[in-house]
Ligand binder design. Structure first.
Ligand code: F6R
Length: 594
């Protein structure tokens, strides 16, 4: 979704800092970008446009804007088309207040009507624009940035994180959050507000994670935090967090794209994911064992990791267990109760659907909420009773890659603890095995050349590997824009076989093991109807037109070894089709709206 970065400094020019921060947040949204800087003479200069941050920077020579306080934004459009006037910052009509916003103001039409009747002129089609007008309305009488913002937020329905810049206050920024992320960066000379710590990590590794429904006044000297009802929160109750992520992980190193770098990092990130505190894993395993049922919830790729976890919990740990897409959680509520343990999986920890699911689980008095999450300090991590972090470092590419495999392995750790299975030996070998899966890259490039113009792709698997087929299809869709479906092989003959024609590529995940003969029969049925079979397997088979060789492994780590070539296929297909794999069209990394 949208990304916010704002800075107020005692000494530094903020324009270059804001542009650098925006580039690090661009993965959140990239249809337009903008910046507002207040100079020492009381002038707010706004520069905004459609396109990427780099284009904005070059077109408007942003580095030449002077000022020690400013706000900036990268947009992923929700209300109002992609246009210069709808890009942020949005200004109030008398130019007193500028705003950057992430989220949706649900009652904006009603507020707009009211503000128009009071004489406010609107310049955009966005929901955001009501915020600066509302604040200005109060500020003209109050002249107090915090009080004016508090009055405005009382009128807002929906979800938001925003930062306000005031024309006559070069020493102050005011931010507010309600169901959308906003974090404070505590540099020595410069303080920051951002959607994500990545935006200011180059300047400080000290952060304060705001709680939901809080408002913050930021100055170069420090912060004051208030609840949105106006009560000041005692400073000592809000400790700074030392951030563990390293800046080096934010570069592409020698790779052409973040996505490729993140795919190649997996031999290492999987090991970091496995390096969990055994006491924490044990405590979570105990919670799940003590529950009558386990409900796993997540979205997108994280949901596929949840499906893999469910499969092992049900078949090996023999637990009553189901997986509910977070966006559908509301309709599944009857299944939640005091004897239910809810496990939420998320890379960002900020996905609105996942947070909403957790909220509903709490309302239905779920016994406990456990999360498996990459972003420490994220809303999900803070709302959970117990948390295991993925430790895989920042994932910048929009498509989940290393976070998915880290989720699978953290899930495995919990399940191994429940079942008492000794996996130390397997885990030691895992890095080397993933390296071997990565060796499929040249073949994946060749396959991308062969199949680049095919309109449809199918991925099939059996049993516990079925979520890998879904994940392979999702990766291909989002990076290549080719239609793809992942399904259990057994379902083919119940309908989808009708779509197979001469030359249709079908990826068949066929590791050695109990389902091997069955899936080979399915591959034969497909080939007999003209399909070209791409077998992901330990060995070739006459029915495979191409064999993607994966190393032999035990069942629980097989999904990781199988998915790596599929990530490489999606990446290669994207580059072959001249798509930007890091920033696929229409998508945003962190989906913070419902
Ligand atoms: C797919 C992808 C998305 C995310 C989904 C959930 O490659 O990245 O489907 O998996 O939006 O995001 P998180 O895991 O941050 O909750």
């Amino acid at each position: 979704m949208c990304g916010i970065i704002a800075a107020v400094s005692s000494e530094e020019e903020v324009a270059p800092i804001l542009m650098e921060g925006l580039k690090r947040e661009e993965y959140r949204g990239y249809d337009s970008a903008g910046v507002a800087v207040l100079n020492g003479k009381g002038t707010i200069t706004v520069r905004k446009d459609v396109g990427r941050v780099k284009q904005l920077e070059e077109r408007y020579d942003i580095a030449r804007l002077h000022g020690k306080v400013g706000i900036a934004h990268t947009r992923w459009a929700t209300h109002g088309g992609v246009s210069q006037k709808n890009a942020h910052p949005q200004m109030s009509c008398h130019g007193e207040v500028a705003i950057v916003h992430n989220g949706i103001i649900e009652n904006y039409l009603e507020l707009k009507k009211e503000l128009r009747a009071a004489g406010h002129a609107f310049a955009s089609e966005t929901d955001t624009e009501v915020i600066p007008h509302l604040i200005e309305e109060e500020y003209e009488t109050e002249r107090d940035p915090v009080k004016a913002t508090l009055s405005a937020v009382k009128r807002l329905n929906g979800q938001y994180a925003f930062v306000a810049l005031f024309k006559d206050r070069p020493d102050v920024l005011v931010g507010a959050r309600f169901d959308a992320p906003l974090v404070v960066g505590m540099g020595e000379r410069t303080k920051f507000l951002a959607s994500d710590v990545l935006a200011f990590l180059a300047h400080t590794d000290r952060a304060i994670f705001l709680d939901n429904k809080e408002l913050v006044e930021l100055s170069p000297r420090g912060v004051r935090i208030f609840t949105i009802r106006g009560r000041e929160v005692a400073a000592k109750s809000r400790k700074e967090t030392q951030l563990a992520w390293e800046l080096g992980s934010l570069t592409k190193a020698n790779y052409a794209h973040y996505t490729l770098k993140e795919i190649h990092e997996q031999p290492t990130t999987i090991q970091s994911a496995l390096a969990q505190d055994p006491a924490k894993v044990r405590a979570i395993a105990e919670r799940l064992k003590g529950a009558r049922s386990v409900v796993l919830t997540a979205a997108g790729s994280s949901y596929h990791a949840a499906l893999l976890m469910r499969s092992r919990l049900a078949t090996e740990a023999k637990m009553r267990c189901e997986t509910i897409l977070s966006g559908e959680f509301e309709r599944e509520l009857p299944f939640i109760g005091e004897d239910t343990a809810v496990v939420a999986l998320s890379q960002s920890g900020e996905t609105a659907d996942v947070l909403e699911a957790v909220k509903m689980a709490r309302k239905s008095k779920a016994g406990s909420v456990v999360s498996i999450v990459n972003a420490a300090g994220s809303s999900l991590a803070r709302q959970s009773d117990q948390v295991l972090l993925l430790n895989c470092g920042p994932e910048v590419g929009v498509a989940a890659t290393k976070s998915f495999t880290a989720q699978v392995m953290v899930g495995n750790l919990i399940i191994d603890e429940i079942t008492g299975r000794d996996t130390m030996g397997d885990h030691k070998k895992l890095g080397a095995l993933v390296e071997r899966s990565l060796e499929t890259e040249p073949l994946m490039k060749r396959l991308a050349k062969i199949y680049r113009d095919r309109p449809d792709f199918y991925f099939i698997a059996r049993g516990g590997n079925y979520p890998v087929a879904q994940e392979g299809a999702l990766k291909l869709k989002e990076l290549s824009y080719i239609h793809a479906e992942g399904m259990p092989a057994s379902e083919l003959k119940h309908g989808t076989l009708a779509l197979i024609e001469k030359g249709t590529p079908v990826v068949v995940i066929a590791p050695d093991g109990p389902g091997y003969d069955d899936i080979i029969s399915n591959a034969q049925e497909l080939a007999a109807r003209g399909a070209e079979i791409i077998g992901v397997a330990q060995r070739p088979h006459p029915v495979f037109k191409h064999t993607v060789k994966i190393p032999a492994s035990n069942g629980s780590i097989a999904p990781v070894l199988e998915v790596v070539p599929l990530q490489l296929l999606a990446y290669s297909m994207a580059t072959e089709r001249k798509n930007d794999p890091d920033y696929p069209r229409n998508l945003a990394k962190s989906v913070t709206v419902k």
